[in-house]
Design a protein around this ligand. Sequence first.
Ligand code: FES
Ligand SMILES: [Fe+2]
Length: 436
Amino acid sequence: MSGVDLGALVKPGASEVHRDVFLSQGVFEQEMKTVFRRTWVYVGHDSQVPEKGDFTTTTIGTQPVIMVRHNDATVQVLLNRCPHKGTQLVNSPSGNTGRFFRCPYHAWSFKTDGSALGIPFKKGYEDTGFDKSCANEGMCNIRNVKNYRGFIFASLSENGESFDDFFGGSLSSIDNMIDRSPEGKLEIVGAPLRYLHHCNWKMLVDNQTDTCHPMIAHESSAGTVKKIWEAAADEDTPKPMVVELVLPFMSSYETFEKMGIRTWDHGHGHTGVSWSIHSEYSDVEGYLTAMIEAYGEDRAQKIIAETRHNTCFFPNLMIKGAIQTLRLFKPVAADKTVVESWIFRLVGAPDTFLKRTAMYNRIINAPTSIVGHDDLEMYERAQEGLKVDANPWVNLQRHYREDELGGERLHPGTSEVQMRNHYVSWAKYMNEGVGS
Ligand code: FES
Ligand SMILES: [Fe+2]
């Protein structure tokens, strides 16, 4: 394991994990070669690249990639490196490259599937053996790319699980978010809110299913909104959208306990099995009718009633189906993580949904929000506090049971089981070691 003693980092069942899981740059580098290499990592949504030649740039772990719409309409994922001397082919977050990429250094060009197109003054390569070189093969095109109903995932490994085996039943959360559109279609709207956190990426993942923190960590923000609202309005006063979005953060432990948690193999899981803090938003006029027309009464009611809270897809993706947001926790270093918060339009649904998801993103997730920076402060304090040379363990034992994982399982809503599920899976991929 090249310097990382995994057995010393994760206790059985991940009831406790060692601080080095968050602090060690060596562990981080190992994660990049194992966890982010052998799993299916979210790259983007195909609505970000609607036209041929449209591209966006992102990372799989720390590997820079380009997601591009090829001229046969497929979405391709290419490593962002010129096969000549390694220059980054594109350096903007998004754009349209036309029919090919052209390297800014010596003008080698490549089709949008990465294959070599042209080299200026090419006769200089005659009789040099260039035809057998890696450079002659063009840009590196990632072969394992899956477009799941518009969600693009890629795996850098030839030897990991298949897409369907890896995600299994967890895809039902993506299905539900898409099915909430009467046309069964989502579109990304705008650029994401993107900002840097000085903490380990896994702290953000853990927090997505941490249901014992909102009423405490968000008391100063959500609790203040609650106090002001209760003083200003009586029970029958209709809540403005912003109040409706923020108040549920002050729900009780008992309420979160009842929400429930569902886990699946390979580290995926979600909060909000039977109910969630997204369940009681006001009805939107015209929506139910449109859904019934599209799906029939029974199916429409079922789709709308499924208000899952946060679904975590191992390793670094979270979606909120009921509010159409997606958050990606992009590892930069052991103590640096870029968070991207994206919003979707439910195609064919009333505009109120877009207003709601945009407001949620601004109020809850933005660096300028009144909620998200409460979490940020907790992560950054934990990243600092873990440096204390006393107790080296992070405790994840809430509702711990030895035989709690395996297949699809249900748990109490304040359990830390999804965090344990994440680290059990993390240890498995770390253990499999570095490979192709
Ligand atoms: S480095 Fe790209 S063409 Fe030379
Ligand atoms: Fe929070």
